[in-house]
Design a protein around this ligand. Structure first.
Ligand SMILES: [Zn+2]
Length: 170
């Protein structure tokens, strides 16, 4: 490896090790499960978090979501397209989606969902598989369209869509 590549690899490993330290911190303090995340921009950590689902009584308080929220708040933007996300393991579908909405440039991870399932019993595979099927066939969460209100719902979308086309909303 060239020196620059080695330096990059060492940088990535250092960030991942920090997410592992955060994961230990999170579960040893009883605040959450063993997950940690960093948002990094231009080689600097913008925000970090460990899982806090227990401390906050918040099922969405995954480390990635918390780190993304903190980074966006610190930078004053919802667009994190110049930021990378470092995590102990490949994100769950919610966090993958959150990173996508935040326009995170790239996710660096160490552990795989298979490792997670084997070592902890926390299994993202069912959710990933469920999301891969068409909405009506999904089994993890029942959904039902209330068609009587479809026109009203779409009127709301239509009004916003028209304002957006006129650059009157963000
Ligand atoms: Zn997650």
């Amino acid at each position: 490896m060239a020196d620059a590549d080695e330096a990059q690899a060492a940088f990535h490993a250092r960030q991942i090790r920090r997410t592992i330290a955060l994961a230990y911190q999170g579960f040893r303090s009883g605040k959450g499960r063993p997950f940690g995340a960093l948002v990094v921009r231009d080689g600097e950590v913008v925000a970090e978090a460990h899982n806090e689902v227990l401390a906050l009584c918040d099922p969405t308080a995954h480390s990635e979501v918390l780190a993304i929220r903190r980074a966006a708040s610190a930078l004053g933007t919802r667009d994190l397209s110049d930021c990378d996300l470092y995590v102990i393991g490949l994100p769950c579908p919610m966090c993958y989606s959150a990173a996508t909405w935040a326009r995170i440039r790239k996710v660096y991870y160490a552990s795989t969902p298979a490792d997670l399932a084997e070592l902890t019993g926390i299994d993202d595979a069912r959710l990933y598989a469920d999301l891969a099927s068409a909405a009506p066939a999904r089994t993890q969460l029942p959904t039902e369209q209330v068609e009587a209100t479809l026109a009203e719902a779409n009127a709301c979308y239509r009004e916003w869509g028209e304002l957006k086309r006129q650059n009157k909303v963000l």
